[in-house]
Ligand binder design. Sequence first.
Ligand code: S3P
Length: 166
Amino acid sequence: MSAPVIVLVGPMGVGKSTVGGLLAERLGTGFRDSDADIVATQGRSIADIFVDEGEPRFRELEREAVRRAVAEHRGVLALGGGAVLDDATRELLAGLPVVYLSMEVGEAVKRVGLNVARPLLAVNPRQQWKTLMEARRHHYTDVARVVVPTDDRTPEEVAEAVLDAL
Ligand code: S3P
């Protein structure tokens, strides 16, 4: 069976793409990212999809992207920060080596802050972060085999910690 060798979940800005790229290099595999897959298949930005069609439609597209990647991709896979909100998406991850890259709220505000390319943070980033983390943390923990904290670590150190943890 073909399945991802590592799946990275965690909040936006935690470094899933950077760490995922490093892990793919280290393991000599490909790297795939659900957001990039959606942008490629839809031919428009994530922000445009949110604005034009709303978050529920985006979650459907995301679920399909994850379904494709789980079926086809034998390498490192990074998921968008909100992918775990969808029940069916979480079910697709059952049995896979899922790693939750975590960070504290203060660290998230520092790293991402107000980033208009990330539509969920467009208003009041600190409060949004707190709310997002509280609503999502248990989903990340539920799907993950291991949790790797990223605060005060470089992407290289995080990649190393992921390999050690699995
Ligand atoms: C989202 C995270 C983003 C992207 C979209 C929604 C979220 O992905 O999928 O803007 O709900 O947290 P990254 O985690 O790769 O930034």
